[in-house]
Write a protein that binds this ligand. Structure first.
Ligand SMILES: [Zn+2]
Ligand SMILES: [Zn+2]
Length: 315
């Protein structure tokens, strides 16, 4: 399923099986998760420099011909030489290439990937259930780590990432407050079912001040809302790759050593740590599977909020 240009649906094409260059693995894709970033790519909010491109960066696959089970995530290649790489921040590599943006990804039957960026996967969960761990899980985990030792954490937007991270946060003994679109009873009920101590509208204040908040929804208006919800020294983490403009807000709500920061991409260390922790935390993903050829329908359902949990394409 190929991206050709901004705003157009993905196109179903028959392509030759790609050939692995030295240092790459040929992979047969078993499942590939859909991420909100895929919508940002299709909408042109995050640029694809050299289309056509096969999207998809939450890949569960097996190596060809030896059948090892591996995962591929958003970080597809880093230079290892720039100042960020040398400082241990490969997620910020100046020359990074990202799967499904700069390199063909997993909305396909076969793909190739740099073997240094393929993660061995255990057999704890099915392919479908594992796929959303690779972006929603790993990058969400990086955002959760930025909340430090916060006890009460607000999640703004309760989609694929939040439904995974609430399970980790609960396992760590934290309290999660879930904020959704006004009237989204299904998402609020889902959050309560997964152990949220409170679920309500993002237009409401939480019942008590929070220690930190993660904004998963791409809405800049949530930044001042979250700042108002956190107590002094609280952190607000913006978890998405794109966000609408943040409205002006009074300095008052930032005062008190509150901070706002973003989380960008992932390191291989984040992936190894989270993929090792997910089975111990008994993370169980709720997935909606679609055949690969129904990618456009799955993307539309994500855009319209037609399901709770995560969407996965199955070749
Ligand atoms: Zn993603
Ligand atoms: Zn670099």
């Amino acid at each position: 399923m190929v991206f050709e240009r901004v705003g157009a649906p993905l196109r179903e094409l028959e392509l030759p099986v790609p050939e692995a260059a030295p240092g790459q693995l040929l992979l047969r894709v078993h499942a590939c998760g859909i991420c909100r970033t895929d919508l940002h790519l299709i909408d042109g909010e995050v640029e694809i420099a050299a289309p056509p491109r096969i999207l998809g960066h939450q890949v569960v696959a097996s190596t060809v011909p030896d059948g090892r089970r591996v995962g591929v995530a958003w970080l597809g290649w880093t230079c290892g030489e720039c100042s960020q790489c040398r400082a241990g921040r490969e997620n910020l590599c100046e020359r990074a290439r990202f799967t499904g943006r700069d390199i063909d990804g997993g909305f396909a039957e076969y793909m190739v990937a740099d073997e240094r960026f393929c993660f061995p996967l255990g057999e704890d969960h099915s392919d479908e259930q594992t796929a959303p761990l690779l972006c929603a899980g790993v990058i969400g985990y990086r955002a959760l780590a930025m909340c430090g030792d916060a006890q009460r954490i607000g999640f703004y937007g309760f989609g694929a990432a939040a439904h995974i991270l609430i399970q980790v946060a609960r396992w760590q003994g934290r309290d999660v407050y879930a904020f959704t679109r006004t009237g989204d009873e299904a998402a609020q009920a889902f959050a309560r079912e997964l152990g949220a101590v409170w679920a309500g509208s993002s237009e409401e204040p939480p019942p008590e001040p929070l220690d930190a908040a993660i904004i998963f929804a791409p809405l800049g208006a949530l930044v001042p809302a979250a700042l108002r919800a956190v107590c002094p020294a609280g952190t607000v983490v913006c978890g998405g790759i794109h966000m609408s403009d943040i409205p002006a807000f009074p300095y008052d709500i930032l005062w008190g050593e509150r901070s706002v920061r973003s989380v960008a991409n992932l390191t291989r260390g984040d992936a190894r740590e989270f993929l090792g922790l997910a089975p111990r935390a008994h993370v169980h993903t709720r997935v909606h599977s679609y055949p690969l050829a129904a990618a456009n329908e799955a993307l539309r359902d994500l855009r319209d909020g037609n399901f709770t949990g995560a969407a996965v394409l199955i070749p």
